[in-house]
Design a protein around this ligand. Structure first.
Ligand code: 9G3
Length: 572
């Protein structure tokens, strides 16, 4: 490819609404353009990266025994009614009507479609297990599409579905996929962690996320500094640890605390630390009010509350609802004398002489003791695990916290869909049984963005070699200099013949502009042909991820480039 022929509209200025580095750089490097909110066009350089990610994913799905299919994007509502999910996703689902006024949706995922196919076409245990996958656009009408490709409304996903005769079979398929995903992310050259994750509404209760580490990631993961435990904080189990400051229960006292609303206010006003207080939060779960209690220095984990209640929807109650239910506003709430369903984090049971709101504005209770002064409906794991917590698995190590981007998520689904979609098979005894399923996703377009979030510097993108749009860029400093162009052209054709992905920057531009664009786009290897180097019969070879460059004999350039590529490659 020659730069003068490449459809490459670089942006000199920063796109205004871009909030994350990958969004900015994908724009500036002429890789994507926004067609509508959350809807993007991939320009040639960007699409080359997408295709490379897809190829690696496809190879590893095939190696794991996956068979690629093409599933429809336009899905009939009937299938979603059969699974009972047509109304579950509300506005997030893109819906449309055909000319006969029949309801369809643009596929946000494909459990219903694939299970319907398997239901009609597979009837015997002899035809199982089956691993079917596709790589296709998905549609989800996010309320706030943001961060460019990271949270789009149309995005590219690889989704694979496994069908087995029983749980043991699912265990095998799940492990095969787990290992295939590790090979994918190793080959992509990304630093990732596999963490236990919440399964959400999809069903089943075992799932793992593949998190590409990046400080800008939306996912918070905790991992043990001693054993292998790692989990998304949505799922991570918290351990109630006694603080060793237990006291004899003193009599409750009601204290006038004018204008004291926050935990911090009360710390100062009462001279008591955060962990001697309790936070009382009112939620509405599927329309019913519930109260959550956690220690003052902790955060409520709403996913844990939702999972414990088996609720579809859990959201904070507004102040007016809170006032109606408790007689007080935020900041003065407490469990004492509250006739609502109260769930307390297990740590609260270990507290003594705690402080909480008196359910009366400007009044709090001190010396409140769980059991004596209030009885929660249950003590449950209700708080977010935090850095420094005891590890719930080895109970020796301490948890560390880091951030990242969820680029893969694999689930054990069990029979949830096969029962609803009647996907059954006859076992060897002729007995009809529901298939046991798993589903496995990789966000292709999100992975491209995540790769940048993890690999960039002040000059632009630093693509892992496996997914760079080109492996090598040849830059003649002065395209009007016959000698420089001669060497550039011969290296260009030599590398092309050697099967390398090489782009020649033959634009009549100042060298500085060419270097900046090469760094911005993130081409891993840059070969510069300039007057000084030619005098010595050499060219400059520079790796994008290093500061300095090497001088190499012209006839050694190809060998040098090959050595750099093979040193960086992870075996396929
Ligand atoms: C919907 C809408 C949004 C959704 C879903 C359905 C997420 C939905 C969960 C999954 C689970 C797995 C197969 C590949 C890996 C992920 N958002 N999920 O089911 F109708 Cl609007 O998609 N599916």
């Amino acid at each position: 490819m020659r730069a003068t022929e490449l459809f490459f509209p670089p942006l000199r200025e920063e796109p205004s609404e871009a909030e994350t580095i990958s969004h900015r750089l994908l724009f500036r490097a002429g890789m994507i353009r926004k067609t509508a909110g959350g809807i993007y066009t991939y320009l040639p350089l960007g699409y080359r990266v997408i295709k490379k990610i897809i190829n690696i994913v496809r190879e590893e799905m095939d190696r794991a025994g996956g068979q690629e299919v093409g599933l429809p994007i336009v899905q009939p509502a009937e299938l979603w009614m059969q699974s009972g999910r047509w109304l579950v996703y509300g506005d997030e689902m893109f819906r449309l009507k055909d000319r006969h006024q029949r309801d369809f949706c643009l596929g946000p995922t494909h459990e219903e479609v694939i299970t319907d196919i398997v239901n009609h076409e597979v009837h015997s245990y002899r035809n199982l297990p089956l691993l079917l996958y596709q790589i296709q656009n998905k549609y989800r009408d996010e309320i706030r599409p943001r961060f460019g490709l990271m949270r789009g409304r149309e995005f590219i996903m690889k989704d694979l579905y496994s069908f087995d005769v029983d749980e043991d079979g699912l265990e095998l398929s799940y492990r095969k996929m787990y290992e295939a995903y590790c090979r994918v992310f190793d080959r992509l050259g990304l630093d990732y962690r596999v963490v236990e994750a919440d399964s959400g509404a999809i069903g089943g209760n075992v799932s793992h996320e593949f998190i590409v580490l990046a400080d800008t990631g939306e996912s918070t993961v905790v991992f043990c500094d001693t054993c292998q435990y790692a989990a998304n904080v949505e799922k991570a189990e918290s351990v109630p640890e006694p603080r060793g400051d237990r006291e004899e229960a003193s009599p409750v006292q009601k204290v006038h605390t004018p204008g004291q609303r926050t935990i911090q206010d009360l710390c100062a006003f009462l001279g008591l630390p955060q962990h001697r207080q309790v936070k009382t939060l009112v939620y509405v779960a599927d329309g019913r009010p519930v109260v959550a209690l956690v220690r003052g220095d902790r955060e409520v984990n709403e996913i844990k509350l939702k999972n414990h209640l088996g609720a579809n929807q859990v959201e904070m109650a507004g102040e007016s609802v809170v006032r109606e239910l408790t007689g007080a506003g935020f900041g003065s709430l407490g469990p004492v004398g509250l006739n609502l369903q109260v769930y307390a984090d297990r740590e609260v049971a270990l507290m003594s002489n705690l402080v909480c709101g008196a359910n009366e504005d400007d009044y709090h209770y001190i010396n409140v003791n769980p059991g004596r002064d209030f009885q929660p409906a249950a003590y449950i794991d209700l708080r977010n695990a935090q850095e420094g917590d005891l590890c719930p698995v080895c109970r020796e190590g301490r948890l560390k916290q880091t951030r990242g981007i969820e680029t893969g998520h694999i689930f054990k689904l069990g029979t949830k869909y096969s029962e609803k979609m009647d996907a059954t098979f006859l076992d060897e005894k002729g007995k009809e049984r529901p298939m046991v399923m798993g589903c496995y996703g990789i966000g292709i377009s999100r992975t491209m963005a995540a790769a940048i979030e993890q690999n960039y510097d002040e000059d632009g993108i630093i693509w892992p070699i496996a997914i760079a749009p080109f492996q090598v860029i040849i830059i003649p400093v002065n395209v009007k200099n016959r000698e420089q162009m001669q060497v550039a052209e011969s290296l260009y054709s030599e590398m092309q013949k050697a099967g390398l992905e090489v782009i020649m920057d033959d634009r009549d531009e100042r060298a500085g502009v060419k270097f900046k664009d090469a760094d911005l786009i993130g081409i891993p290897i840059r070969i510069t042909i300039g007057p000084k180097s030619l005098q010595a019969g050499q060219v400059e070879v520079k790796k994008r991820w290093e500061k300095d460059f090497e001088m190499v004999e012209i006839d050694q350039a190809l060998a040098k480039v090959r050595a750099i590529i093979s040193a960086a490659a992870v075996q396929a």
